[in-house]
Design a protein around this ligand. Structure first.
Ligand SMILES: *Cc1c(COP(=O)(O)O)cnc(C)c1O
Length: 454
């Protein structure tokens, strides 16, 4: 008999609530602080940037939060997403391990990002907001929020990190097609951008700087314009838990429970999205599922950063967030996993890592691309450069199982496809990509600048 490849849920089985892991955390995440007063940020301060419903979610410790009907209806454009058994990859690795992946690449924007873009646009629309600003690194968040904003009739300005803007013209065109304006960052449209260009006219940009630009524009007109962010914040991670909730149900359909759940890590949203519903089993049912975050060796905040309060952006517009960080002035190498080039991590995942409830590993760039190419040839899907980080660790785990001669069940999140990132593969095939050895001294120099921040 032919084997089951995909485990599918129908529309009626889609989650109707998001799971908030804060409710089950033994140590709660530390609150965000106002950088001037060093006091917890108030709702009134946050309302300069975000609509009320998202602020409530950001601060919530309630276990389950209802997904509005209109958001559920739009999720159904592509959800539920398939859980897939990677028979081809298992064969290529000749491993006794069972490998599954959750395929988030099937969304219209090609990644998990619309899971948060849709509710963010919805709550802004409900509050009568007409304009949104945001930043994008790899371009995936910009694409997702461009689509979502358009669905709710909101106009959108996207500050796109310049290195990605130049590498990914098709992302920009996707955003334009969905009706957004795209500006390479640093730009001369904001004070933050002009200051960066004055210091270094060739500055290739960073997510932190693009955030500063987008926030600067939003706070000029807080009544009609708000800012939005595709990762790091608690409410973003919350929205992404539809991934893991579906995966829990689908692994049950497959008759397997994962020993290890793997997600690549930029700010923590797709990792948290797949990981938290499984962590819930550890926290409430005594399970011992390993939950592994994978970051690039060139931007190793989880494995080599410090846990402390830091700014989310370069200039200092965001609250201070308790996080694992390399320092907000850290400039990562121009690696091709643009979505993983962020200096810090979300406060929930940071606290979980500090408490030893999740694991983190840093992967060198060449190993991730090798795994990505292997996956494409074995499973047919060309993965996003970010997602190849999760694949590379799944491969390591599968090879370890083979070495130890025992079976093991591995689940990873395929956070996106790479069809708009083929330039990165071109560079890889041309032998132009390298591993970046990040010296301790460089991390120290960046982290030392945080002295006295709190
Ligand atoms: C944005 C992005 C990431 C990294 O962001 P997280 O918030 O850490 O998930 C990873 N993979 C893809 C495909 C992305 O678009």
């Amino acid at each position: 008999m032919s084997k089951t490849k995909k485990f599918l849920l129908d529309d009626r089985q889609m989650p109707t609530q998001w799971y908030n892991v804060v409710a089950d955390m033994p140590t709660k995440p530390l609150p965000p602080l106002n950088p001037q007063t060093k006091q917890p940020v108030t709702k009134a301060e946050m309302s300069m940037l975000f609509p009320d419903a998202l602020i409530d979610q950001e601060m919530s410790a309630e276990r389950l939060i209802d997904i509005p009907d209109q958001v559920q209806d739009l999720y159904k454009i592509w959800r539920c997403t398939p859980l897939v058994r990677a028979y081809g990859l298992e064969k290529a690795l000749d491993t006794p391990a069972r490998i599954y992946f959750k395929n988030e690449s099937v969304s219209p924007a090609g990644s998990h990002k619309p899971n948060s873009a849709i509710p963010q646009a919805y709550y802004n629309y409900k509050q009568g907001i007409k304009h949104l600003t945001t930043e994008t690194g790899g371009g995936q968040w910009g694409s997702a929020i461009a689509m979502a904003s358009q669905l709710f009739g909101i106009d959108l300005k996207v500050y796109m990190v310049k290195v990605s803007y130049n590498q990914k013209p098709y992302r920009k065109l996707a955003m334009n097609t969905w009706g957004a304006e795209v500006i390479p960052s640093p730009s001369d449209t904001t004070e933050a951008g002009r200051a960066a260009l004055l210091a270094d006219p060739d500055c290739s940009g960073s997510l932190g700087l693009a955030i500063s630009e987008a926030i600067e524009v939003a706070v000029r007109n807080p009544d009609t314009t708000k800012y939005c962010l595709g990762s790091v914040l608690n409410h973003v991670l919350l929205h992404q838990t539809v991934i893991g909730q579906e995966a829990v149900a689908q692994m049950e359909m497959a008759g397997n429970e994962p020993d290890v759940v793997i997600g690549c890590f930029g700010g923590g949203s797709n990792f948290g999205g797949i990981g938290m519903p499984f962590l819930r089993k550890n926290l409430t049912e005594g399970k011992k599922i390993r939950i592994v975050a994978v970051e690039p060796a060139s931007c190793p905040k989880l494995t080599r950063g410090v846990f402390q309060y830091d700014l989310g952006d370069t200039v200092g517009f965001t609250p201070l967030i308790a996080m694992y960080t390399l320092g907000h002035n850290f400039q990562p190498a121009d690696i091709h996993a643009g979505g993983l080039r962020y200096h810090g991590a979300g406060s929930i995942v940071s606290q979980l890592l500090k408490d030893g409830l999740i694991e983190a590993v840093a992967m060198p760039q060449l190993e991730t691309f090798a795994a990505g190419v292997m996956f494409a040839r074995a499973e047919g899907i060309i993965p996003a450069p970010e997602s190849t980080h999760a694949i590379a660790v799944a491969v390591r785990e599968a090879l370890q199982a083979k070495e130890e001669g025992r079976s093991k069940t591995i689940l990873f999140n395929l956070s996106g496809h790479g069809l708009i990132d083929l330039y990165a593969y071109d560079q890889y095939f041309a032998g132009k990509l390298t591993n970046y050895d990040l010296p301790d001294s460089e991390i120290r120099r960046s982290v030392e600048q945080l002295d006295g921040i709190i």
